[in-house]
Write a protein that binds this ligand. Sequence first.
Ligand code: NAG
Ligand code: NAG
Length: 445
Amino acid sequence: LCACEIFLSTFDLLSLILSPSADIISTVEFNHTGELLATGDKGGRVVIFQREQETKKQPHQQGEYNVYSTFQSHEPEFDYLKSLEIEEKINKIRWLPQQNAAHFLLSTNDKTIKLWKVSERDKRPEGYNLKDEEGRLKDLSTVTVLQVPVLKPMDLMVEVTPRRIFANAHTYHINSISVNSDCETYMSADDLRINLWHLGITDRSFNIVDIKPVDMEELTEVITAAEFHPHHCNLLVYSSSKGTLRLCDMRAAALCDKHAKLFEEPEDPSGRFFFSEITSSVSDVKFSHSGRYMMTRDYLTVKVWDLNMETKPIETYQVHDYLRSKLCSLYENDCIFDKFECAWNGSDSVIMTGAYNNFFRMFDRNTKRDVTLEASRENSKPRAILKPRKVCTGGKRRKDEISVDSLDFNKKILHTAWHPTENIIAVAATNNLYIFQDKVNSEMH
Ligand SMILES: *[C@@H]1O[C@H](CO)[C@@H](O)[C@H](O)[C@H]1NC(C)=O
Ligand SMILES: *[C@@H]1O[C@H](CO)[C@@H](O)[C@H](O)[C@H]1NC(C)=O
């Protein structure tokens, strides 16, 4: 067995958490060291999990993630001008790099982005001169001596406070937010436009990309995802429903309508099929940690692109090719429009993305090995290694295999995240959050 083979099939369950709100999880995001994990859900709530530290009593028990804080980030709203309901569902969460004791994160629904401060308090001031412990003003005639208030220890409290609200800048639905490596600005992208914000200024943003045609009848393409380069603050990429990627350089022009590079695979006429236009739409784009590559997910594949090669992806991985024969029914039940995300591991050597039937896939870029794993309550017992799953297409089904016809398309894994430095992954399966850890590789650390 080569190390990769061990790697790809030794994930076991670290924590299984039923979303405290029992609502569908709509986004998952580790902070930059992986100690915190935030999820957003359909009900507008954000739940933050913290990794337990190793204790003397239970060495090697480090790793479990437990709830650290829960708060309501967005509420349902009504746009009276357009007679439209604005859902509270959290589309994306992004952590800001930590600069002091507090943590900051951005969360967004379709229209409004909010900046939250998450801080800890374990002391409270006591002994004020003019007010009592409940904060009521004292009868001044009883105040005879001047005292110095003191800080008294109390139970640890996690406080979450809204710091800024960035509203009214998007006509269409926000699909992405991305914090710039300059740590001062961030962008938000909707179907047709990308705006650049300063984190400290809420009343204006700069429109840096606008693909809205003068005549909406001529609309042929929408923006599906966008991200800043991890190291170069002037570079950003956005993907489109036509399967293309556009790299923009803000140094070249303030308005990035004219891309610096267009990444597009030449169409292979023999590979065209009735649903090609829908299945080639990019649902997610992610820069590698190194900044050298970009990964895109479309309905059937994951592709890796080299920033230096625009003509075609350098790698293409089939996620669930067996669905080709099922596209008609996947169109009828709208599944074909599902937006699957994708994630890199910390060293950019493995990629992960979700599929149906609560399956998720991993591809090792070096060895070209791949594996299908399943997030399920029955099959994941703590400390038991996940068994690779196989889907069989036609012919005789072997024991252990599952046939394409019995896949459950209501169980889908759209959102996953990989710990930035360790082999720990978070997988959202409707209202369950699974956190798996690669035993073998983490013990070697
Ligand atoms: C992530 O969270 C942990 C736990 O609070 C903290 O120690 C760490 O500094 C955070 N990392 C960053 C880069 O924000
Ligand atoms: C990425 O995956 C490889 C397996 O090919 C593993 O050896 C490595 O530790 C992983 N890197 C991180 C940081 O998770």
